[in-house]
Write a new protein. Structure first.
Length: 218
């Protein structure tokens, strides 16, 4: 098996004004150290010109010789020249071991993430475009997109209210107060948490833990 040349490269990169925001008005930057293979090969869609996924090949995979699927172009990413993109694609760091910023929320929960936020949670890899004429990736890279909105949360809240309404009509009388408390928390959520970024919101637990949590977080 071919050997991989591994490198360690520290660099500075732009950060959004806050996690998952789409602006850099505050001109914030972070510092990150890339650990990993010096070269990797990824694929770009020929029509959209966007990176297809984080999946990549290294020298150990004979990446230079791996066949390219129809409709795609194989691109070499040299981590010495572009450690930021290499870090978005390849990670060997336990994010839980990094310094964290923790925010206390109005409902008593907390929300945290690495500080500074890590490259692959800063930029949206699948939206990065390759310029075939210049043979380079277009900068600045697009910011990481929010994965949930307040409209999503309100729709989920309304569904939970409907499900719990059906539940409360069939539960034991002694369980009704717990369900009413839960339903009130759902009704209060937009007011209590309305000024909070939606991806930070944690829904209250249903009394019997049967009703599902929304697929959010991160």
């Amino acid at each position: 098996m071919p050997e991989i040349t591994r490198i360690e490269k520290t660099f500075t990169y732009d950060l959004p004004d806050a996690y998952l925001y789409q602006t850099n008005k505050l001109k914030k930057t972070g510092q990150w150290t890339y650990y990993g293979p010096d070269k990797m090969w990824i694929f770009v869609d020929n029509t959209t010109k966007k990176i297809i996924s984080r999946f990549h090949y290294t020298d150990a995979d004979n990446g230079a010789d791996v066949p390219t699927p129809i409709g795609q172009t194989k691109i070499l990413v040299d981590a010495n020249d572009n450690p930021l993109l290499a870090s978005i694609i390849h990670n060997e760091v336990d994010y839980g071991s990094l310094p964290q910023t923790v925010e206390e929320l109005p409902d008593g929960n907390t929300y945290g993430h690495p500080d500074p936020q890590v490259p692959d949670h800063t930029y949206e890899l699948s939206e990065i475009v390759f310029d075939f004429d210049k043979q380079e990736f277009v900068k600045p890279y697009p910011w990481k997109q929010p994965h949930v909105s307040w409209n999503d949360l309100k729709a989920w809240r309304n569904r939970q209210l409907a499900l719990s309404d059906a539940k409360i009509r069939t539960c034991r009388p002694e369980d009704i107060p717990a369900w009413e408390e839960y339903r009130q928390k759902l009704r209060d959520l937009p007011t209590l948490m309305g000024d909070v970024d939606p991806w930070k919101v944690i829904f209250p637990d249903a009394p019997d833990a049967i009703l599902p949590q929304p697929p959010i977080g991160g």
